[in-house]
Design a protein around this ligand. Sequence first.
Ligand code: GLN
Length: 473
Amino acid sequence: MPALTLSETRRRIAQGESCESIAEKAVAAAEKSTHGAFVSVNRDKALETARGIDLRIKAGEQPGILAGIPVAIKDNLCTKGTATTCGSRILEHFVPPYSATVVERLESQGAVIIGKTAMDEFAMGSTSETNAFGVVRNPVDPTRVPGGSSGGSAVCVAEGVVPVSLGSDTGGSIRQPASFCGVVGFKPTYGRVSRYGLVAYASSLDQIGPFSRTVEDSALLMNIISGHDERDNTSSMHDVPDYTSGLDDGVKGVRVGIPAEYWGEGLESGVRASLDESVKALEAAGAKIVPVRLPSTRYAISAYYIIALAEASSNLSRFDGVRYTGRAKDPKSLLDMYSRTRSELFGEEVKRRILIGTFVLSAGYYDAYYAKAQRVREVIRREFEHAFAQCDVLATPTAPTTAWKLGEKMDDPLAMYLSDIDTIAVNLAGLPGLVVPVKPSAGLPVGLQLVGPAFSESLLFKTGRAVELQGAP
Ligand code: GLN
């Protein structure tokens, strides 16, 4: 099936192609996918929904902006009546009794959910390899990782199974797989999108956002999922503008900051060459390039992996064998049930993180680790603020390298954590980040990351559109 964008799919439906035939093609492609993008494909429900939308269109109704559009949802977003596993055996049979707000919003605009996508267990990882239900492969080179943790959501868009999908981003989980798979990925400002129904990893960092083939499609999806939700008290009251308006205004006069710390040592030369080229093209299109400094970037990984793991150790304490279905067999006592459920059904990486998170919060270590990390976080936030006094958006790599080989970093957690260097400070500061594919390096996708001040999503989309117009892949 040709890879369609959201706008093209809408046009086809407007011209009379049935939503059922579009859903059928998407479901068939998902079932045939050899890259492991899906944890589950819901053929019957998808086709039934699509038929319902066809009937409404025939009756002269307008079922919504996404009428008949096939979408895929990361498996840590609750979908009523459909299993939501978070890539974990502890939630293998968990069927939520309600849907996440973002899922409700997509469905209320006529979207057809065709399946749930594979991810690192509880969104902890950068490769999707900690998923308990199988390998996820990079569609450009199946011997390589797709990135993570929202690997499946990036892969199904790159494969052309669906034009758009949803992921979550705590430290880069939308942006890095978008970069590795050659699609657009957007992490909104903290609070822009309701997280009600997202299984929490690190609540002060988590955001939900779209994957798409074009910047315009991500902007359109953001129009639908953004905005206040009384069920998530961290969701912002900020107005939601039309993110698709002014997309083609160009970047004349936009000040693009280049933070030296992101462009230094460790950046692969091929990746640097592609990114340099795209920044030069922005300059040629009228943007003004300004060097800026973010000196505390080097502390971001340590601060992030203390804060995120501390929050995770608390959030994951709810999976105790009593609630949410997963339970060890034949427990001898209540204590045995708790401890065996958690030892047997959580994967190695999740257990490592719960242990570290519990340690950094424990009496005697709290000030040395957790409280200190929070202070570093504040310094990082202020440095971004300072940078945005000198520029409008920042342009950086999304990751220092292209996608690496499957298995390459699995025995070296530290190397895995270090690869997140370009994305995590953005979460610590709660900022929006957009990744747009640029020229591949040695045949592998590369994405330019654009970061803006809080609630500057419109400016990011406009700048991203200018990057896209450079004629990259
Ligand atoms: N790789 C990072 C981590 O493992 C980010 C994951 C994410 O954004 N969910 O924590």
